[in-house]
Design a protein. Structure first.
Length: 312
């Protein structure tokens, strides 16, 4: 593959934008409060979605090593950005910027793209990479976000209450003990991934429904854009080329890593900001702008990066 057709990304993009539009209508016309939706996503829908994906994915030591590597990279980036951002932004803004710097829309946006671009083995590798980013979001990322509003003890207490961590451990236990879940349970859990995507994107629209043009903070948005579409693509390319210098890197793994590096900002930036009360409006605007830029930037980045990495 020497280039990425922008047309392959338009379907997922318009679907996500339609979900955002539905959320905007729900907030403007129906006066729906997005805060209970954020709580529902964090404490119920996300853990069950996560649990189902892990159980069906059949984690192996190799897959979990990929998960651990992405978790470590995301956490390190967020910690560094948090220390730097404190000197130029207010506490809540620096916390939100730090959280967003370690993650991207690898699920809602990235997964449909991965299904188009990658073979089944590549999609599995992509999912376990995404797993590491998601674990970062609800551990280190959540802690850094909470520190913009709460004390260390309060922040750690909030993390300890997050069921997603326990869903991860439960899934590893089920897989490790070779426990087969009843078909009825798996069928019941099948509804959660689509619900997670729908509500995760709608909450952006719900938040935007309460935003006025005066709340545009171009300095904050510019920092988000620089990290997501400047730093991350370079990091992904450097990582792939660095690995290629030492070990044979399968093409599907290389493309999966590059895709993680070029997706737009994570919708969970808004979900976590809403739950913790840290500038969700600014987060929603930044997520929307990076999502709108995605169909133009992602094909360009992937085509260029593949050529530089010798994958074309």
């Amino acid at each position: 593959m020497t280039s990425i057709d922008p047309g392959t990304l338009m379907g997922p993009l318009w679907t996500l934008l339609a979900y955002i539009g539905l959320g905007w209508l729900a907030a403007r016309r129906l006066a729906v409060d997005p805060r209970p939706v954020a709580t529902l996503l964090i404490y119920l829908i996300a853990p069950l979605t996560f649990f189902r994906g892990l159980v069906l994915g059949g984690p192996t030591p190799g897959y979990l090593l990929l998960t651990a590597a992405l978790f470590a990279v995301a956490s390190l980036i967020a910690v560094v950005v948090h220390r730097l951002a404190r000197h130029g932004f207010a506490a809540q803004e620096s916390a939100l910027l730090a959280f967003s710097s370690g993650t991207g829309n690898t699920g809602y946006f990235g997964l449909p793209v991965a299904l188009v671009l990658l073979p089944p083995q590549g999609v599995t590798l992509y999912l376990f990479g995404v797993l590491g980013v998601t674990l970062y979001e609800f551990t280190v990322g959540f802690y850094l976000s909470a520190r913009g509003q709460f004390s260390v003890r309060q922040s750690l207490t909030k993390i300890a209450r997050l069921p997603l961590i326990y869903a991860f451990l439960a899934a590893l236990l089920v897989s490790g003990a070779d426990i087969t879940l009843p078909d009825a349970v798996l069928e019941g859990l099948a509804a959660f991934p689509a619900t997670y995507t729908l509500l995760g994107m709608m909450i952006i629209g719900m938040t935007l429904g309460r935003v006025s043009i005066r709340q545009l903070d171009w300095r904050f948005i510019g920092a988000c854009l620089a990290i997501r579409y400047g730093f991350w693509p370079l990091l992904a390319l450097a990582g792939v080329m660095g690995l290629q210098a030492f070990v044979p890197l399968p093409g599907e793994l290389a493309l999966a890593l590059l895709l993680i590096g070029v997706v737009p900002m994570a919708a969970n930036v808004v979900v976590v900001a809403m739950e913790l009360g840290i500038a969700p409006e600014k987060g929603a605007l930044a997520v929307l702008i990076t999502t709108l830029a995605a169909p133009l930037l992602i094909p360009f980045y992937l085509t260029l990066m593949m050529r530089v990495a010798g994958l074309s």
